[in-house]
Design a binder for this molecule. Sequence first.
Ligand SMILES: Cc1cc2nc3c(=O)[nH]c(=O)nc-3n(C[C@H](O)[C@H](O)[C@H](O)COP(=O)(O)OP(=O)(O)OC[C@H]3O[C@@H](n4cnc5c(N)ncnc54)[C@H](O)[C@@H]3O)c2cc1C
Length: 402
Amino acid sequence: MQPSSSHVLIVGAGPVGLALAHGLGLAGVDVTLIERDAAVSRQLRASTFHPPTLDMLDAWGVTAELLAQGRVTPVWQIRLHETGEHVDFDLSVLGDETAHPYRLQCEQAVLSEALERRLRLLPRVRLLRGVTVAAVGQEADHAWIELEGGDRLQAAYVVGCDGAHSLVRKAIGASFDGSTYPDTTLLATTTFDFDAMWDDLAGVNYIWQDSGTYSLLHLPEVWRVSLHPVSDAPLEEEAKPARIRARLGALFPGHGPFELLEIRPYRVHKRLASRWRDRRLFLAGDAAHLNNPKGGMGMNGGLHDALCLGGLLARRLDGAADESLDGYERQRLPVVRDDIIAQADRNHARMQIRDLVERREALARLQALARDRDRCRAYLRQTSMLEGLDKARSLAAAPGQP
Ligand SMILES: Cc1cc2nc3c(=O)[nH]c(=O)nc-3n(C[C@H](O)[C@H](O)[C@H](O)COP(=O)(O)OP(=O)(O)OC[C@H]3O[C@@H](n4cnc5c(N)ncnc54)[C@H](O)[C@@H]3O)c2cc1C
């Protein structure tokens, strides 16, 4: 295939690769998106969409589709399991700066399918599914990828949206420093009605308990429950339906049945690629950064990467200077490091407090924060990712420029 000089190759059609391809396609850039999987993955992954992400996706008409298949959650809360004491964070305080002052709980696959349907209608975007990229590299005047089977494609740029084990990251020679959290998470979906357990539960709940923490997220048809193994039993044992039902039974004695639809154990990491660009090669999304899912920011942050990089690549291919592309890492890397990874880490650390007295003290501090409109607004701007996007905008100008 002879690429045009404006061609961009994207490896990986997760939500980030799809969003990047869609944005570039709308800007009139020739895009080829290559994905190993034959269809959008239905695996349980992201379910939280934050206000600025919904604002961004609205421009593409995608937010209406997510709203139709998701659950609007204006309030999220932190609760003590034993006493029922809780603090509510009401996102309506952000109503003057976002059209979507709430979290939306919706499966990640709904977004991927909506984006894929749209980009298939764009004449300059080609999506190759069931195709694996085996190698990536670059020369002075082009970047290239080699497919399994030996075919080679060339383009002006290659973007790795190829997830945690990114091949493009290796081609860039970036390290992926960080660590893996010691605790495994067990994610399960159930039709059990947790609203019947407390009359003031929110749609997103982080619940503190002496033997650990768990979270309850209400999606349109099901609740998602995240538990952490409490015994030293092998993970396969902890992930068995009977074991999870027993854990839920211990949390809510005398209630049930806990009908489980899906169970997914997973490990959680915090990692950041040391650089996101090497001349014609770029990284975005999980290929560039991983964070703890507490707070629901990984996919959202990856989508923010895609919108930023898509805009810069489109402008570069329309004649902007090569250095303009350096703005991508300059804007996004510090925000991901200092806002997303650090905030998710704080969310995780807070929920590790076990002692009830200490938990009540921490809850009282959060309740005081929620009562103070200015502090609450600042906290919700931060946890809803508005603050990070403001920072990214302020980092957009090259050093030394106004
Ligand atoms: C349980 C769980 C809950 C989460 N909850 C949230 C949440 O509520 N909110 C949030 O914002 N984030 C959340 N996340 C994180 C979110 O799921 C990820 O950040 C997001 O999927 C990253 O998207 P991506 O497109 O960068 O990567 P991926 O979704 O991993 O997609 C990468 C794609 O690249 C393809 N690929 C890889 N290598 C190749 C190759 N060599 N050739 C061809 N194709 C290739 C893969 O098949 C895959 O489709 C959660 C994650 C987990 C595990």
